[in-house]
Design a protein around this ligand. Structure first.
Ligand SMILES: [Zn+2]
Length: 350
């Protein structure tokens, strides 16, 4: 029997196994590839992969990659599944420990963003709040946090986490990354290089810590983490994976422990935005003046009223601001969108 059969049975790959077992609770199952790489399927959609002990890890790193935290964001799931298939086929040798995660399998099967509640708001222990008790996504968030904690403890190397998404809306900037807020830190130069290598040319610095997956790994595990938006939501099989070759090739290069490309991208290609205002649904007759079909990074001129309620309103300040993630259909207290503007560009230190 092959190693692939050990983990995925008669399924053709990791993704089909995950979709067909989305609601099953399967025991941890392990296998070893012919080259000695050990792979453990810790749960449906979660693979812990350890290269042979004698192999060098030249970049001295351990990497977590997650996709499908929103179930309908299929392209990054297909990209990650393709890299796992390559590894099983022996197409290349793995150099660093990996934790690979398909975040929300039941939602992936349903073709929905989530089943009961947005999984990407349940991290950093938010899953324990009373309003989320007993929900499918709460149990998954708790499990994923624990899997990441164990991975971080087992791998004292520099830890990185890339949480891959695609956006519901069109975006004037096709690919962009969010850097979770951690007091006093700056995005390192090698991470900015990796974003550019992945054809991600926009970086949004978050202004406060949150309950997203990447916020959790940044704050609780001290990882260099990014939420990366790679294009537009489409159903499985309808993605043009050619548009995702940048992230695929860059991740594969990291997985193999190869050095960064010798010609480093100029930092001035990376446009950095900072958050100037977080729009919350105040519930007090909240009115949102951004149209439903507006693209991410659409710019508004100074003085434009963005939202108001019975007590207050928000106007764009002295320079233009752009909207990111507008979505008025969220519960009271939750985020309706972010107003951002180009930050004072700080070239990361080399
Ligand atoms: Zn998403």
């Amino acid at each position: 029997m092959s190693a692939k059969h050990d983990l995925f049975g008669t399924h053709s790959d990791w993704l089909t196994h995950t979709l067909d077992n989305a609601n099953a609770s399967l025991p941890e199952t392990k296998t070893v590839l012919p080259d000695g790489t050990r792979i453990s399927r810790k749960s449906v959609g979660v693979l812990d992969i350890v290269p042979p002990a004698k192999r060098n890890n030249p970049n001295a790193e351990a990497i977590i990659v997650s996709a499908g935290v929103h179930g309908n964001e299929t392209a990054p799931v297909e990209v990650l599944n393709g890299l796992v298939s390559e590894l099983f086929e022996g197409a290349w040798e793995l150099a660093c420990p990996l934790l690979l995660i398909l975040g929300n399998p039941p939602a992936m099967v349903a073709g929905e963003r989530f089943m009961e509640v947005n999984l990407n708001r349940l991290f950093d222990s938010a899953h324990g709040r009373s309003e989320y008790k007993g929900l499918t996504e709460s149990a998954r968030a708790q499990f994923l946090e624990e899997a990441c904690r164990q991975f971080a403890m087992a791998n004292p190397q520099a830890l990185c986490h890339y949480d891959l998404h695609t956006a519901i809306r069109p975006s004037l900037r096709e690919r962009f990354a969010l850097y979770p807020f951690v007091e006093g830190r700056k995005a390192p130069a090698d991470q900015c290089d990796f974003l550019l290598e992945s054809e991600v040319e926009t970086l949004l610095l978050q202004h406060k810590s949150g309950t997203t997956f990447s916020s959790f790994s940044s704050s609780a595990l001290k990882a260099e983490s990014f939420t990366i938006e790679l294009g537009k939501v489409r159903p499985f099989g309808q993605n043009d994976l050619g548009r995702f070759s940048g992230i695929r090739d860059a991740l594969r290069r990291r997985f193999r422990g190869q050095p960064a490309p010798s010609v480093q991208a100029p930092f001035d290609r990376l446009t950095v935005f900072e958050v100037v205002h977080e729009i919350l649904n105040t519930g007090k007759n909240f009115r949102f003046h951004v149209p439903d079909d507006v693209a991410n990074f659409t710019e508004y001129q100074p003085g434009t009223v963005i939202w108001e309620d019975d007590e207050t309103s928000y106007r764009v300040g002295h320079s233009p601001e752009a909207i990111v993630f507008p979505n008025p259909l969220v519960p009271v207290g939750q985020r309706v969108g972010l107003m951002v503007r180009p930050g004072r560009f700080q070239v990361p230190a080399r």
